[in-house]
Design a protein around this ligand. Structure first.
Ligand code: IYR
Length: 222
């Protein structure tokens, strides 16, 4: 076998047969099609090592020049969760009472949302995904490449990992989110990207009766 180029190692392919592949993609689609965003959580604890492995999985996402421009802040402290809830509800009150357009409020009606966010205290974990727009290297700002795309991908991986664990999550966007930097005492080069409560669904949880677009509305083949 040829030696690897400097800085390279051999790729180890998974080598599924075509039949295995067909079965796997079908099974995986059916599994992922069961993922739902939840707004009603149980307070049942989730072990910290589970959260650690979810974050490790998120961090396997591709990123611009492999800079991995993300920080995952995992909060289980009841005190910090209640600070976050209080600040988020203040912003959301303004959103629902003037900052969001009539059309936006109408589009949200099927979800039954309002400015009250109990899940921010009830869910055992809040993962705040931070986007690192730049790194400080020897006091110099080095911009990260495609930071938004990279953090979006890592968040997607995180959601898949959460679903794989049998847990649920919500991609929550209290807006504006800068209060999170303050509460979590994050450095200037990090900005909050998404706030993701993670845990078990409440026993009586219900979700909106959503339909997903069929393939012919989301794909074009050439
Ligand atoms: N951030 C608000 C409003 C909201 C906006 C969208 I777009 C949603 O998909 C859901 C909610 C809230 O969290 O209630």
């Amino acid at each position: 076998m040829a030696d690897s180029k400097e800085g390279f190692v051999p790729y180890e392919p998974l080598n599924f047969s075509e039949n295995q592949m067909k079965q796997r993609v079908k099974d995986f689609f059916q599994f992922m099609d069961k993922r739902r965003s939840l707004r009603v959580f149980s307070d049942r604890p989730v072990p910290k090592d589970v959260i650690e492995n979810l974050i490790r999985t998120a961090s396997t996402a591709p990123s611009g020049a492999h800079m991995q421009p993300w920080t995952f802040c995992a909060v289980s402290s009841a005190e910090i969760k209640s600070q976050i809830r209080e600040a988020a509800e203040k912003e959301e009150y303004e959103n629902y009472n003037g900052r969001m357009s009539e059309r936006w409020l109408k589009d949200l009606e099927p979800f039954g949302t309002d400015h009250i966010k109990p899940f921010l205290e009830i869910a055992p974990w809040l993962i705040i995904v931070m986007k690192r727009s730049y790194e400080l290297v020897d006091g110099e700002k080095k911009n990260n490449y495609y930071a938004t795309e990279s953090v979006g991908l890592a968040t997607g991986f995180l959601l898949v990992a959460i679903h794989n664990a049998g847990l649920v999550a919500l991609t929550h966007t209290p807006s504006p989110m800068n209060f999170l930097s303050k509460v979590l005492e994050r450095p200037e080069n990090e900005k909050p990207f998404l706030l993701i409560p993670v845990g078990y669904a409440a026993d009586d949880a219900e979700v909106p009766d959503l339909k997903r677009k069929p393939l012919d509305e989301i794909a074009v083949f050439y």
